[in-house]
Design a protein around this ligand. Sequence first.
Ligand code: TYD
Ligand code: MG
Length: 456
Amino acid sequence: MAKDQAVFICQSCGSVHSKWAGQCAGCGLWNTLVQESFSTPPGGLKPETSPSKISRLTKLNFQTLEAEDKTPPRMETGIAEFDRVCGGGIVPGSAILLAGDPGVGKSTLLLQVTAQAASGGLRVAYISGEESAEQIRGRAFRMGLSKAPVELAAETSLRTILDALKREKFDLVIIDSIQTLWSDAIDAAQGSVSQVRACAGELVRLAKKQNIAMILVGHVTKEGQVAGPRVVEHMVDAVLSFEGERGYPFRILRGSKNRFGATDEIGVFEMGDIGLREVPNPSALFLTSGERTAGSAVFAGIEGTRPVLVEFQALVAPSAYGTPRRAVVGWDSGRLAMLLAVLESRCGVGFGQKDVYLNVAGGLKINEPAADLAAAMALMSSLLDVALPKDCVVFGEISLSGDIRSVSRMDSRLKEALKLGFASAIAPKAAADNAPFEVKSYDYLLEAIKGLETTD
Ligand code: TYD
Ligand code: MG
């Protein structure tokens, strides 16, 4: 074997560098390179058998597949919001990464998922490297889950965990978290890229071999102190992220990769005193109650398969400094910059010497391009100090040329708005056909702004 060679590995993206540098050339983050040894094998443990013989090759035989069920079997955990994001339940033998900020509620969610799944008859192990079995038991007791037949272990040694999982036959195993595991075959600190990669690799291999569904928890770290879940993403079958804004009770489970299902589905939860509560109908959850003032626009969005109404709040104020501020919460700041440029060059509205603040109420993060028009209307409403009608929803994509483009499922958006008591909309031209109420439909952003100016 080659002699140990010192290399520098980015703790965020995992790219390998031969020399230390302040900034990672791979992901652009600063101070994330850490010296690690490179001669270790890619797996966490040495192979048990000679690698020359492949155990079994099978044919991809469509004839026999046709006779069988082609869709992978699913294990439903009983937490409907979780199952839906997985694509209708967890696929046996699949590996899932659940990533999220520390404290967002990953352990709480998985404790509830495992308790439900175990009560439903699955054999489930919860292996924690962060909390003792006593602490987990205490939390389960507070949440009223202490009767669930989940098997607990507090362990961080990869070898011990693999031994235990090989001995017993589990349907579902939780590893909380992958950053706390360590393999004795790797000469690197706990939580480093080499350790995380090796431990995840071994666990995923075992999951496939023994047909165990494995959920690996990964903390997202901005500072690059410990390896981010990004280095594990390509090894697993599905990546779920658990999001939530500090100060809001809502938590969103979102799929960003799924080999066995769609990735556009979200699960909505509300954090309470006794854990997370499922929110099966979130459409009105993110609306603020009360009067709509200038600067507010209600966006009729679609999250996954479900319509969700959320409020965009904008504040445009004269800037006290030379460089005006732009601050966004819940929306993409690049998208805001684009929108301001379109407003300036296509509609002649200048934000040059003004501070611009944009906030999506309720802590939801909006990724849909259909939100462009709602953001534009909120900004213009604040700039002109004209409030939009109280019962009005907005949606539509804005192109760089200033056109308003049609978006998907416009009728579902309008129907949901009607259900929640809205009675008008500002939307792309095509939305006006068969609309359940009055729709002010426009082809160009400039027309929509003119329409706003004549409100009142
Ligand atoms: P936790 O699941 O430990 O987060 P993670 O595993 O993602 O680090 O959740 C911790 C937070 O959740 C903590 O700030 C307290 C809060 N919480 C509640 O509000 N209610 C509850 O019933 C529980 C169990 C936790
Ligand atoms: Mg935790």
